[in-house]
Design a protein around this ligand. Structure first.
Ligand code: FES
Length: 173
């Protein structure tokens, strides 16, 4: 067990964190830690595993990861707040990330965003009541040549128009 640097507790991990990672992911983290001189190098992978299991990363989850790696809580909090791929609140089954950066904006991403808002009856940052979709704005997705673009999970959708968006949403169960 790594030394605990949690700011809220010095007790054993099992007593301080209700949710935890699966045994399989804990084993993977131990393997990864052996590859680097400092466990801090594993923080992205560990957070990604956490999000894969829990869907989002609560403050308790961040403390758990810090505890697991034996690194300060504030380092993990900083990483989570820096990367938009990490969800800091519960999200729907499909997170719709619509790029509204310059190239997409010039190619009507605002219209795409409004179309989704109207179709799903939610605003940016909200989740549908059936918890199927969450809509967020994204910074440049690196797909400027095929703007406007949207990312859903690990898939990209490009050259969007309202009809394409409707077909995509219908295909996401
Ligand atoms: S500006 Fe939207 S993908 Fe680059």
């Amino acid at each position: 067990m790594p030394p605990c640097r949690c700011t809220h507790s010095k007790g054993p991990m099992s007593e301080t964190h209700a949710a935890r990672l699966s045994e399989e992911n804990l084993r993977r983290i131990e393997e990864l830690k052996k590859r680097y001189p400092h466990p801090q190098a594993v923080v992205l992978e560990a957070l990604w595993m956490w999000q894969g299991e829990h869907g989002w990363i609560s403050e308790d989850g961040m403390r758990y990861i810090a505890h697991l790696l034996g690194i300060p809580d504030h380092h993990v909090f900083g990483v989570v707040s820096f990367y938009s791929m990490f969800n800091r609140q519960p999200v729907g089954r499909h997170k719709l990330e619509v790029c509204t950066n310059v190239s997409c904006m010039l190619r009507n991403s605002e219209k795409i965003l409004k179309h989704i808002e109207q179709r799903l009856a939610i605003k940016v940052g909200e989740t549908t009541s059936d918890r199927r979709f969450t809509l967020v704005e994204a910074e440049c997705l690196g797909s400027c040549g095929t703007a406007p673009a949207m990312q859903v999970g690990d898939r990209y959708y490009e050259n969007l128009d309202p009809q394409k968006v409707d077909a995509i949403l219908e295909g996401l169960k």
